[in-house]
Design a protein around this ligand. Structure first.
Ligand SMILES: OC[C@H]1O[C@H](O[C@H]2O[C@H](CO)[C@@H](O)[C@H](O)[C@H]2O)[C@H](O)[C@@H](O)[C@@H]1O
Length: 588
């Protein structure tokens, strides 16, 4: 297989700005205390099966002061450990279990078999399975426990007002970009003619109230913080995640025509747009013809270990010698988490060295495609509520970003958009150089095809299809995220695949018949792999099956992840769009 090469845009990989100087959000005393418990638990229980997030998700039974006093009284050995019985009894007496601050919530709009559910799925076996997947929304539905609203200072979970869908497993809170695939997107409104066929996840399940609740929660985060947090925990407040809120509002509006949602959402979307297009997130770059473009990058407001992974981050940083190198690395770790791709060689100067992460020095293709979508959505939604001047302003912004995406990222020879690496992060205005484009292949290089401005251009679609076909990314479970076998979560063969939804969606909307059939082929692979895994393990909940659909593509090397709300969403969305004929079997 093709091996992704280590990437360094120029010989001067350490720019004069390699020391850390960005903004830092303050942590809370509760988080700092839970990190101490985390550290002690590692020393006491040992590293086997140790999940640091478990400890930062605990909540207090009593005040922080009282809990801290009791913790300080525990008898310690030299290495900072406590006896196992002492630590266990402290935890039992003073802390509530991780996950107890969210409780099951019966979704108000769930019915066993919604009217009009997946009308194009004719095959009985597939319908039955799709109904089981649909019923999984119930397993992932939660609301914040009453105790959190009463005493938020005892919890790291944020007191969201509305019910929520969580990814599942160790992720016991709302995640920003996961929410997009859970929500899926909608079809069948009066606007379908304008936007073309679109998608459904929760919307395929006709759970509009649940979908809206997700969006209202995210809006409340923008109201409070100015952006949507990575996830709804206090320790995620130092960064966001790929910005897909506008896409959610757009899809719900298309489906329900709910103007009051649009009116509430618009001010939040404007705030969010400003967050991504000012300060540290904004990068100005001059193209080869001397035109200046504004684009955006990931950049967390944090330069210490991520609290949910603190013990791991410290270990990863241990080979760095001085404080400023460590701070720089910690910021890169958090900024990579902001990208949603934590972690991947996509962000590393040296494939085998995590400390070479350089996310803040990269202008990412996918982020800018999402922001272009945001601009188009804002223009559309503003027009829907009669705000012509905002609509006009954002239409202009979208035209500028479209030009920027073409000038800075597009590589005609490769037929892909390529991430751009900055050579000197200190410059106010960066000068574009051909060698700044990262030539390595990632699924993100294909994401702009999601946007109508690109999928409506036949010659771009044709080039991109050829490029995708020969990329090596097409696997048994659809599109892999990367070709590198680094062992990182977002690299081959572990790369999670929900983003393939956007590529498939763009191809399916193109006027080219071949593009739609390529999209369907990818969707069929994804569905079959999920089905095979489900049949084998009896669940969609974070199960990996190396052998499922092994005879496709890479012959069993690809490890699909069929857990999580977002897998449910993408399966339902694909079934909604392409259907499943009676005579197509489900065998891999
Ligand atoms: O626990 C460490 C990291 O976990 C999250 O990242 C991963 O799970 C998320 C939830 O499914 C997903 O949105 C993300 O793309 C995954 O990489 C979290 O988002 C990170 O910030 C966190 O450090």
């Amino acid at each position: 297989m093709t091996v992704t090469e280590s990437y360094s845009p120029s010989s001067s990989s350490s720019s004069s700005c390699s020391t850390d100087s960005g903004p830092v959000k303050s942590s809370t005393p509760l988080i700092s205390f839970l990190e101490r418990i985390q550290e002690t638990a590692l020393n006491t229980f040992g590293a086997t099966d140790f999940d640091p997030k478990l400890y930062i998700d605990l909540s207090l039974k009593f005040s922080l002061l009282k809990t801290e006093e009791a913790f300080d009284k525990l008898l310690r050995l030299n290495n900072g450990s406590v006896s196992v019985p002492d630590l266990n009894s402290f935890i039992e007496k003073f802390l509530n279990e991780a996950g107890s601050d969210i409780v099951y919530h019966e979704p108000v709009d769930f019915v066993q078999e919604p009217i009009g559910f997946l009308p194009k799925v004719a095959n009985f076996e597939v319908r039955e399975w799709a109904l089981e997947v649909h019923s999984l929304w119930k397993n992932l539905s939660r609301r914040v426990a009453d105790g959190v609203i009463e005493n938020p200072e005892l919890h790291t979970i944020l007191p969201l007002k509305f019910p929520m869908i969580i990814p599942g497993s160790r992720f016991r809170e709302v995640y920003y970009w996961d929410s997009y695939w859970e929500l899926g997107t909608g079809e069948g409104s009066t606007y379908t003619a304008i936007v073309g066929p679109t998608w459904r996840g929760l919307l395929a399940s006709k759970m509009y109230e649940t979908a809206k609740a997700i969006v209202y929660n995210l809006i409340s985060l923008v109201d409070e913080y100015g952006y949507v947090l990575n996830g709804a925990r206090a320790y995620y407040s130092n960064r966001s995640q790929p910005p897909l809120l506008s896409a959610m509002v757009f899809e719900i509006y298309n489906r329900t025509g709910d103007l009051s949602l649009v009116k509430t959402a618009l001010p939040a979307l404007l705030k969010e747009h400003n967050f991504w297009n000012s300060g540290i997130h904004k990068v100005t770059i001059q193209d080869s013809e001397g035109c200046s473009h504004n684009l955006s990058r990931y950049y967390a407001m944090w330069n210490i270990p991520r609290p949910e992974s603190s013990t791991i981050d410290k270990e990863s940083a241990s080979k760095l010698l001085n404080v400023s190198e460590k701070q720089h690395f910690y910021r890169e770790l958090a900024s990579t988490a902001e990208s949603g791709w934590d972690f991947s060689t996509r962000w590393m100067r040296n494939q085998s060295d995590l400390t070479s992460l350089a996310t803040t020095s990269i202008i990412p293709v996918d982020l800018n495609a999402y922001i272009l979508k945001m601009e188009l959505d804002i223009a559309f939604l503003a027009r829907a509520i009669g705000d012509g001047s905002t609509a006009e302003h954002f239409l202009e912004a979208s035209q500028a970003r479209r030009k920027a995406i073409s000038s800075i990222f597009w590589n005609g020879k490769k037929g892909q958009w390529l991430d751009y690496w900055l050579t000197n992060t200190c410059e106010e205005v960066h000068k574009w150089e051909a060698q700044g484009q990262n030539q390595n292949i990632f699924a993100s290089n294909f994401i702009p095809i999601w946007i109508e401005l690109f999928y409506s251009d036949d010659s771009t679609v044709e080039k991109l299809m050829g490029s995708l076909q020969s990329s090596g990314l097409l696997c048994a479970a659809g599109i892999a995220t990367s070709l590198s076998r680094s062992g990182e979560q977002w690299d081959f063969p572990n790369g999670w695949a929900p983003i393939q939804h956007m590529i498939v969606e763009g191809l399916a909307r193109s006027d080219l018949k071949e593009a739609r059939s390529m999209a369907e082929d990818i969707a069929v692979r994804w569905i079959k792999t999920n089905y095979a895994t489900y049949k084998k393990t009896g669940t969609m909940h974070e199960k990996y099956d190396v052998e499922a659909c092994g005879k496709f593509g890479r012959g069993g090397e690809y490890v699909p992840q069929t857990g999580f709300g977002w897998s449910n969403g993408v399966v339902l969305a694909f079934l909604e769009e392409f259907g499943w004929p009676q005579d197509r079997d489900m065998d891999c």
